[in-house]
Design a protein around this ligand. Structure first.
Ligand code: NAP
Length: 543
């Protein structure tokens, strides 16, 4: 089935799908190169995940001063963050400010969900169609669809029969949700659940937390951002940004192994970092993600904190992660998560002991126990990295469907392109560091690389660029080998697609430091895009 464009379909140099951090930066960059751009966005406005994730407690676990664009010096100086970790409304205001400041909305079609994108070999163009039938063509198609943007409701028998309110953290209503006087169940204890649970507990009459896998969480130690601290950081912004381009997020990195220090020194260091708050603790030693014995030391430290905070020993035991090394599932950052289980109105149900039997019209059955509920909050995560890409029917050369090509797991070259799909770029997709780094640093790298590539193609009179199968195969092996050298494959995480029944188990992100990855991408570009098949413009083809 080939898309038949109507002659009236407008043509652009670049079409970008998604108007979150990635899509907006791509739009701004492509526009400043003099390219014509259209962005399609399913939502009513800009923001991407920060548009949808309005659940109580939603905030970023990367510090505000680092979780922002670096491409414009004035922008980063003029924007004032109010807290160490910005909450969702503030991040959304920042994105809206960027959209306004660079006049981005005029090139964005909102309420436009793309359903199909097909490559026409004869026209060397992508033909894009939205669900409402809007069509356009472009030379370069950029997928800025997000790594964590396809919310996943759990497959629990009887979910559809529940007569109370059902929410997913990743698709939260715009109007405020009031749980006062309600009996609420939360399913899921990943980053979203761990942020939402303390907030919901304060409002609800009763909260039941259904936990399948206990997670490691560290305190955020969030606080108002002191103007003096902000000024000091901003004065050194260029230095910090340069470092972030190497390491993703700036933490206190160590060059020591956890094994080479005494037990007492190690505990002191973990305690210092615990008190300071945030993911910084995971960087206390340089081998925590590579050496199981080293990882055991930090895992045990966090377990001891859980036992210390949670008063009921049985609840503390259930909350204690035992089946995966710390960090192999994303470490959560919380505000009073473990303390919440000391409240009288909060109960934990350990689904590892007894799984949910079914959901009924008024509650949830777990073995012999019935939990009567007015509302269910699903903090059950996403079809990560590939979900949003494959939700669109993307067809490349010869009508090859991306869904079919990736049936056994995603295959990319540099995480940026995939063989058989000329001029199709992916931002923070599988095979790139994406979700393992401060995602804005990853996005900025990808946008710069794509822009440089398009500029190079145009300067050299080329029309198409496409990853070769051979280069792609080598990259996939390289990404797998990098993951195998770490502890990451030891957890059933969404990094592996393990949260989606039937999804191929492939470790999707590239675990290298972003600086290493950046140099790999740059060397390939500098050498004339090694591993890519590049084709010249056809006679009479202007763009
Ligand atoms: P998640 O990490 O995938 O967690 C989903 C939770 O739901 C897990 O506890 C999972 O248990 C549970 N679950 C899924 N299906 C279930 C079922 N059928 N029955 C019972 N439990 C079920 O999702 P998330 O919390 O939304 O976070 C996803 C990612 O988004 C994070 O890792 C992070 O990268 C990003 N995020 C970031 C922030 C932040 O910056 N602070 C906030 C939110 C999200 P299992 O572990 O057993 O599968």
């Amino acid at each position: 089935m080939q898309f038949e464009p109507r002659s009236a379909a407008p043509h652009f140099d670049v079409i970008t799908i998604g108007a979150g951090f990635a899509g907006l930066h791509m739009l701004h960059t492509a526009r400043s190169m003099g390219l014509s751009v259209r962005v399609y966005e399913a939502a009513d406005d800009v923001g991407g995940v920060w548009y949808w994730n309005r659940y109580p407690g939603a905030r970023c676990d990367v510090e505000s001063l680092q979780y922002s664009y670096s491409f414009d010096n004035d922008l980063e100086q003029e924007w004032v963050w109010t807290e160490r970790y910005a909450a969702q409304p503030e991040i959304l205001r920042y994105i809206e400010h960027v959209a306004h400041r660079f006049d981005l909305r005029r090139d964005i079609c909102f309420r436009s969900r793309v359903k199909q994108a097909s490559y026409s070999e004869s026209r060397q163009r992508w033909e894009v169609e939205t669900e409402s039938g809007d069509r356009a063509t472009c030379r370069y198609l950029v997928m800025a669809t997000g790594a964590l943007s396809m919310p996943r409701l759990p497959d629990i028998p009887g979910m559809e029969s529940f007569e109370g309110r059902i929410y997913h953290t990743g698709a939260w209503p715009h109007e405020s949700v009031d749980f006062t006087g309600s009996r609420v169940g939360v399913i899921g204890t990943g980053s979203s659940g761990i942020q939402a649970i303390p907030q919901i507990a304060r409002q609800a009459e009763r909260l039941v937390v259904f936990q399948r896998t206990a997670n490691y969480s560290v305190p955020a130690k969030n606080a108002p951002l002191e103007p003096e601290a902000e000024r000091a950081f901003k004065a050194k912004y260029r230095e910090y940004r340069a470092l972030a381009r190497e390491v993703g997020t700036v933490y206190e990195f160590s060059d020591k192994s956890a094994r080479e220090v005494s037990d007492a020194d190690r505990l002191r260091e973990y305690e210092r970092r615990w008190q300071r708050g945030g993911v910084n603790i995971v960087h206390a030693y340089n081998d925590l993600m590579r050496d199981k014995a080293s990882n055991d030391t930090i895992a045990e430290f966090v377990r001891s904190k859980i036992r210390e905070i949670v008063k009921d020993p049985e609840t503390a035991d259930s909350l204690t992660p035992k089946d995966h090394p710390l960090g192999t599932k994303r470490v959560c950052v919380d505000i009073g998560y473990y303390e919440t289980f000391n409240r009288d109105n909060v109960a934990l149900v350990d689904l590892k002991k007894t799984p949910i039997t079914h959901v009924g019209p008024t509650g949830v059955q777990v073995g012999e126990s019935w939990h009567e509920l007015d509302a269910l909050v699903c903090a059950t995560g996403y079809d990560a990295l590939t979900g949003a890409l494959l939700a669109i029917d993307v067809r490349g050369r010869g009508g090859l469907q991306l869904r079919r090509k990736w049936a056994d797991g995603p295959r990319t070259y540099l995480g940026l392109m995939t063989a058989g799909f000329p001029n199709l770029f992916v931002i923070t997709g599988p095979g790139s560091p994406s979700v393992l780094v401060n995602v804005i640093v990853g996005i900025e790298h990808h946008v710069e690389w794509i822009a440089e590539c398009i500029g190079w193609l145009r300067r050299h009179g080329h029309t198409t660029i496409e990853a070769t199968r051979d280069a792609e195969d080598r990259w996939v092996q390289h990404v797998n080998a990098a993951a195998e050298r770490t502890l990451y494959p030891m957890a059933n995480s969404w990094f592996l697609g393990a949260n989606i029944p039937g999804k191929p188990r492939v470790f999707m992100p590239y675990v290298a430091k972003i600086g290493v990855y950046r140099r790999e991408c740059q060397e390939i570009a500098d050498a004339g895009y090694v591993g890519f098949d590049i084709r010249p413009a056809q006679p009479g083809d202007s763009r």
